[in-house]
Design a protein around this ligand. Structure first.
Ligand SMILES: [Zn+2]
Length: 275
């Protein structure tokens, strides 16, 4: 089977070879260190995206990133304006038969009486504004919640969470869009668009008193990002008890880590789940 590498890894590989050449030119290394081979992902297809989406549902539930109300989606390979999402059920129970297609207005293409998630507009409006985003995770990870309500800056504190960035993650407040008499949920395109604009070009947006939305260039990286957003929050809360944490700087957040090693380990832990 032909395998395809995502462009972000090609950039990482290119960057590594430039560094290697620079060292050689300066004579600092007799032999340039070999570049670390980038992750190799399965060939991209609608079927592969659905398979990864089902696994991501199980992993994110198993890792306590998604409770029974969170959801994860992937952009359709066949029709990039559309996205794929489970019908309304707990992520731990999602099977391939539950995956439904939604159009660019977050409406189901073939509903057949099935229930859908009310907050699907989060996903649809991010796909509309961010062509680079291929997967979106929305959930209520408990360790992240304190940063949504206190104004304490949430930034990359550990190397595995570099994707959060060295500037504070934006915090979305539904009250700014729907007024004080809102129900705390993103239930329409207007609120979804405001959330997508608050996310901007970042990978993580916090939601006041609600949770987080995390994006990635494929399902596996979005899953990784969501897991390590929760871990970073846990570490930052603990670090703040001890003193003033030193966060990653603007250079340190540029690294691109391995994904498949984590994905394979997490997937193995849920391999008995229904598919
Ligand atoms: Zn929610």
């Amino acid at each position: 089977m032909e395998r395809k590498r995502y462009s972000i890894n090609r950039r990482a590989s290119f960057g590594a070879s430039v560094v290697a050449m620079a060292f050689t030119a300066a004579g600092a290394w007799a032999q340039a260190p070999a570049a670390i081979p980038p992750d190799v992902f399965p060939a991209d297809s609608e079927e592969q995206r659905i398979a990864d989406l089902v696994t991501a549902n199980h992993i994110l539930a198993d890792q306590n990133v998604l409770d029974s109300y969170g959801h994860v989606t992937v952009r359709s390979f066949k029709n990039p304006k559309h996205f794929l999402m489970s019908g309304n059920r707990a992520p731990a129970l999602v099977t391939a038969d539950d995956i439904m297609e939604f159009d660019e207005n977050s409406m189901p293409v073939d509903q057949r009486g099935r229930r859908v998630y009310n907050e699907r507009f989060i996903h649809g409006e991010i796909y509309r504004l961010r062509p680079d985003v291929v997967a979106v995770v929305h959930g209520h990870a408990p360790d992240v919640l304190p940063f949504t309500v206190t104004g304490v800056p949430f930034k990359a504190l550990i190397h595995m969470a570099h994707f959060i960035g060295s500037e504070p993650a934006p915090v979305f407040d539904l009250e700014d869009v729907e007024g004080p008499n809102n129900n705390m949920l993103v239930l329409n395109p207007k609120s979804g668009e405001a959330l997508a604009k608050k996310l901007g070009d970042r990978n993580v947006v916090l939601m006041r008193g609600h949770g987080m939305t995390v994006v990635g260039p494929n399902v596996r990286r979005a899953t990784y990002n969501a897991v390590y957003t929760q871990v970073n929050a846990r570490v930052e809360i603990e670090a703040l008890k001890l003193g003033q944490p030193k966060f990653l700087n603007k250079f340190e957040v540029q690294r691109v880590g391995q994904i498949n090693r984590a994905w394979d380990g997490w997937a193995d832990q849920v391999k008995g789940a229904r598919r």
